[in-house]
Design a protein around this ligand. Structure first.
Ligand SMILES: [Ca+2]
Length: 152
């Protein structure tokens, strides 16, 4: 009796967690844009998996540009973790959620620069006020930021 009740409570709890977040459609994909809770890159990756999504990747410049514009249009421009990283092989940034190389022309000028030798995770939104776009920058993975998840 008790174990089955516990199972139901657990299922309801997980269901509530999934339902607690709202995905938005941008282009033809669905994204969750965390509005409040800042996490390090690893925590952000985990949080996205818990809602059956992945820390965001951009398959093309066009996809990045659509999300970039959405952040401006909805007045939620900020710095967000993406799944970009070169933790696997320094200097080679990939989307960790898909394994594919990061598309060209979405880096902030002079980035990625591995500043101080400890920047291996990629945020978007760095220097956004200067460049008027949420371009990528490599940053210390333990820095706490908002993050964007992308539904599978
Ligand atoms: Ca950097």
């Amino acid at each position: 009796m008790f174990p089955s009740c516990l199972w139901i409570v657990t299922v309801v709890g997980v269901f509530s967690l999934v339902n607690a977040v709202t995905f938005v459609k941008i282009g033809n994909r669905y994204y969750y844009i965390e509005p409040r809770v800042q996490k390090n890159w690893f925590e952000a990756f985990q949080a996205c998996r818990l809602i059956n999504a992945d820390l965001v990747d951009f398959e093309s410049f066009a996809e990045w540009r659509l999300v970039d514009q959405y952040l401006w249009d909805n007045n939620i421009d900020n710095e967000y973790w993406t799944s970009g990283t070169d933790l696997g092989k320094q200097g080679f940034h990939v989307w960790f959620s898909t394994g594919k190389p990061i598309v060209p022309n979405i880096w902030s000028p002079g980035e990625p620069n591995n500043n101080g030798g400890n920047e291996h995770c990629d945020e978007m939104g760095y220097d956004r006020k200067i460049s008027n776009s949420h371009r990528l920058n490599d940053k210390n993975c333990y820095y706490k930021l908002l993050f964007i998840c992308k539904a599978r």
